[in-house]
Design a protein around this ligand. Structure first.
Ligand code: 4NP
Length: 159
């Protein structure tokens, strides 16, 4: 199994969106059986809460189902996942601080590093903004997750 975890601050907006999109793309490609797909937050501020209703609504309009309760990313998660995707530079720094070995560190990347032309860019935090922000997050995560899936397919010989 290829184990993928998307990580943001609250685990109620961006990372559940990326998780739902990646799952949808894997389904489309008939690759569901190859993956364990999850998400988590660096903060733990919204533990056990479901995804933000605004994120759920815009995702549903494009056929993605978001689910799961929020949980905090812990150091032990590095052993449970092969790819740990940070939504922004702050998440990336927090994850790097939490990692204890080079092997763990090597699992971490910025999600948008997998989106053509967006290397080093953040998925912007939509929490305090309007609905437009949630649409933007969806657009970005679709592009970046497509790129990520391509990279993983190549690395694992999933033609
Ligand atoms: P997320 O969005 O990190 O994409 O889930 C946020 C959710 C909650 C907060 C900030 C960002 N908050 O400040 O509670």
């Amino acid at each position: 199994m290829i184990r993928v975890c998307f990580v943001c601050l609250g685990n109620i907006c961006r990372s559940p969106t990326a998780e739902g999109i990646f799952r949808g793309l894997a389904e489309e490609a008939s690759l569901t059986d190859e993956f364990v797909i999850d998400s988590a937050g660096t903060s733990g501020w919204h533990v056990n809460e479901g995804p933000d209703a605004r994120a759920t609504e815009v995702a549903a309009e494009r056929g993605y189902e978001l689910g799961g309760g929020s949980r905090k990313f812990v150091a032990a998660d590095f052993a449970r996942f092969d790819y740990v995707l940070a939504m922004d530079a702050e998440n990336l720094a927090d994850l790097r601080r939490l990692s204890r070995t080079g092997e763990e560190r090597a699992k971490i990347s910025l999600l948008r590093d997998h989106e053509a032309g967006a290397q080093g860019e953040d998925v912007p935090d939509p929490y305090y903004g309007g609905d437009d922000g949630f649409e933007e997050v969806l657009d970005i995560c679709e592009r970046a997750c497509q790129g990520l899936l391509s990279v993983i397919r190549e690395e694992h010989g999933l033609a």
